[in-house]
Ligand binder design. Structure first.
Ligand code: ADP
Ligand code: MG
Length: 728
């Protein structure tokens, strides 16, 4: 067994970069070639159908069945030219990852043969048996049908031999069973709320977009080493493992030279991503060994999120071609950084204005400050809910564990914007806000220094940081679907903007000019946020935990409890008023979250117990009997003074016994705790019980890692951190 471990490690080390098929043309030539984008629509649809479809996409018109038939026909022609034989509705259920069920185009032709067909009806809607997807009790099992419905705003794409249609997934009663449905509703809500405010500044604005630019962090491990670790295979993270002597302390991995095997993998992903129309831009080594990051150019939130889900699938597949497995888990290895998925988020208009960037003139700057302050007000009001939106069993290992992010949602503004806000509270409400350039400065203005625009300071300890033209929501987990966080954030901002507009209208009705009315409404908000949600200090410090609690921010660290925020009155009112979630949907989603939480911990606890019993204890005892045999031999060889000579060995023998007993007692207790937890019917109470079990896993791990430190390297059955993390 031990030999096997060495062989695997050596083989992994010797692996060379895989040769990849680099297309003969440049990325700009094949970008989007596997998506049914506007160019393809134009080519494969007649003029009338094309226009009708564009109206659906851009202006929210509905698609009639006749047009849908024509669209489907055009798509089929294009797909078949690309070797496609199957079609699937591609959706995002409340599990990790996406779902698809492939149907071939084959139909009877009525003459004894077959014909390949794709109708508008099957483009628009399908009825998958939804009973096996998480639904939180929304659908009783006798009503197993759910249905998927095409989301025309996200382009249809080809994956291998299959045409993939992005869809929403809802129950027969119309309740959302997926991530996409509420996200789309939240995006509509934020557009509806932001538009009237934008029109105060520019009546020509017709649409407000929410933008998302995700940064996907991940680990790569060699697939053979992965296969030798049951914890990685079943839980996506190591449940045990002594830290490597060298890990990230030299800061030599971050932005370091990308190892050749990894570079080949990254190039392969980029080629696949470009073909799917995903504008990948950045790739680099992350802080921890074997940790990397990938980021696209930001885009409209719904599309950008679909693309994140697509690329995660692509990464999983392509990794195997390169002999790797991708770990999207938030904390695969103890003692080194975990992985997140920073959600860079902003709002912008169809006229090209980014609403969270300073404007060109005083008016533009007032618009910027208006959106900036209202976003912060929304984050303040819903800081607990935003934390709940990223709270999962896996992300729990990052939250508050002295690395990004802390388990308190505060916002980092940077010195420039803090100063601007402070000044605005004191000056008359008609004071212009200028960007201070090289020109002379007039007295009485509130100024945003020009240098700020492209050079904002950074604070890596803040979960919600302003970075010059956007906010970076850093708390999102690397394995998460961004939609959970994006739905909540856009919804919270929408509600705040609606309330703000009403307040401004009331001020204007009393005769105030628009800019004065806006500033009069902003001032009390600034006063409130500057002392509560805004925090530029060290988000990991213990003082901040005390201070944040005093400020009234949510400091809960228990994930099942965090999730409760979604069914509190404040959240239910907000979501129902905006038409994003019904109360039933919110309750059902929480059930799903708690159930998933319990199941994940249950799986980890089982794996932990079995690895302790079947891998660790036998290895420790094997080494112990080796020592005892040697002690016996020493006694025979040196009957007089063997005792002194074997003192160290005796100590190790005793320590092994102590550790093994410790592990056994704790594993037994954990199994009993699981039995008790499994009897609990209520999903929330059960999740709370499993939370205790999750906490108890650390205590089992400690003696195991101690054993790894003392047991003969030849006997140790599992690939060690130092072997997994430094092979590329
Ligand atoms: P960092 O320095 O934070 O690691 P990266 O370059 O890795 O930055 O990623 C930044 C992400 O933010 C990219 O996806 C980028 O397209 C996105 N981004 C930039 N501007 C905006 C914006 N206004 N709104 C949303 N996302 C944005
Ligand atoms: Mg980055």
């Amino acid at each position: 067994m031990s030999k096997l471990r060495f062989d695997v490690v050596q083989d992994a080390f010797k692996k060379k970069a895989v040769e990849i098929d680099t297309p003969a043309t440049r990325p700009e030539d094949y970008f989007g070639c596997l998506t049914f984008n506007r160019e393809k629509m134009y080519k494969y649809l007649d003029a009338k159908t094309y226009q009708a479809l564009i109206d659906v996409i851009d202006n929210g018109m509905t698609l009639d069945l006749k047009t849908a038939d024509k669209v489907a026909e055009g798509m089929k022609t294009w797909a078949m030219e690309n070797g496609v034989t199957h079609v699937t509705h591609w959706f995002q259920p409340l599990t990790e990852g996406t779902a698809e069920k492939h149907d071939s185009f084959m139909e009877y032709d009525g003459k004894g043969g077959m014909v390949e067909e794709f109708t508008g009806k099957s483009l628009i809607q399908q009825e998958p048996d939804a009973s096996s997807f998480p639904n939180g009790g929304i659908r009783a099992t006798f009503e197993a049908r759910g249905y998927t419905a095409w989301d025309p705003t996200s382009p249809v794409f080809i994956q291998d031999d299959t045409l993939c249609i992005p869809t929403v997934f809802i129950s027969y009663t119309g309740d959302a069973l997926d991530y996409k449905t509420p996200l789309k509703k939240a995006l509509k809500a934020v557009n509806d709320a932001a538009l009237p405010i934008c029109r105060l500044f520019d009546p020509k604005v017709k649409k407000v977009y929410s933008y998302l630019g995700w940064e996907q962090e991940y680990f790569l491990v060699d697939e053979d080493l992965y296969a030798a670790r049951p914890d990685l295979m079943l839980c996506g993270r190591t449940l045990m493992g002594h830290s490597s002597s060298k890990n990230q302390q030299l800061d030599d991995h971050y932005f370091g030279a990308i190892p050749s095997r990894v570079a080949a993998f990254m190039r392969d992903i980029e080629i696949a991503g470009y073909k799917l129309g995903i504008p990948l831009k950045t790739r680099h080594n992350e802080v921890a060994p074997n940790q990397f990051e990938l980021a696209p150019i930001y885009g409209e939130t719904n599309l950008s999120n679909d693309q994140n889900q697509m690329i995660m699938n692509v990464m999983n597949t392509i990794a195997r071609k390169h002999g790797f497995v991708v770990l999207f888990h938030e904390k695969p290895f103890d003692g080194i950084n975990g992985s997140g998925k920073h959600n860079n988020w902003s709002l912008g208009t169809d006229t090209g204005t980014l609403l969270l960037a300073p404007g060109k003139d005083a008016k533009g700057n007032l618009q910027f400050v208006t959106f900036f302050v209202n976003v912060l007000a929304a984050v303040q009001k819903y800081n607990g809910l935003l934390k709940a939106s990223i709270a999962t069993a896996t992300n729990a290992h990052r939250l508050g564990a002295n690395e990004a992010p802390p388990a308190i949602v505060s916002a980092f503004l940077g010195k420039t914007m803090t100063d601007v806000l402070k000044k605005l509270m004191d000056v008359p409400s008609d004071t212009p806000i200028e960007i201070a350039g090289k020109k002379g400065r007039s007295v009485g203005l509130v100024e945003i220094p020009e240098i700020f625009v492209d050079n904002t300071d950074r604070n890596r300890t803040s979960p919600f940081a302003f970075t010059g033209n956007r906010f970076e929501f850093r708390a999102v987990g690397s394995s998460a679907n961004c939609a959970g966080a994006m739905t909540t954030l856009n919804a919270a901002v929408a509600e705040q903007l609606i309330e703000f507009k009403a307040a401004v209208d009331a001020e204007m009705a009393s005769g105030k000019p628009c800019n004065v009315a806006i500033m009069d409404c902003l001032k009390p908000i600034i006063k409130s946020i500057i002392n509560v949600v805004c925090f530029d200090g060290n988000g990991y410090s213990d003082e901040w935990k005390v201070e944040a609690a005093k400020r009234g921010l949510d400091v809960e660290t228990n994930v099942p409890k965090m999730i409760k925020c979604f069914t509190e009155e404040k959240a239910v009112n907000m979501f129902t008023k905006l038409g994003i979630y019904s109360k039933v949907e919110l309750e059902a989603r929480n059930e799903v979250k708690w159930e998933t939480y319990s199941k994940k911990v249950q799986i980890e606890a089982r794996v932990m117990g079995r690895m302790a019993t079947n891998h660790i204890i036998p290895a420790a005892l094997e080494y112990q009997s080796k020592l005892l045999k040697n002690i016996k031999l020493m006694q025979t060889a040196f009957p007089e003074d063997y005792k002194d000579m074997v003192a160290t060995q005796m100590d190790i023998v005793k320590e092994i016994s102590r550790r093994v007993n410790d592990i056994t007692v704790k594993v037994d207790a954990m199994i009993e705790a699981r039995k008790a937890a499994n009897k609990i019917e209520d999903e929330y109470e059960k999740a709370l019980a499993y939370h205790e079990i999750a906490e108890s896993l650390f205590a089992i791990r400690r003696p195991i890692d101690k054993l790894e430190e003392i047991v003969d390297n030849n006997t140790w059955p599992l690939p060690k951190y130092r072997e997994i993390l430094f092979i590329n």
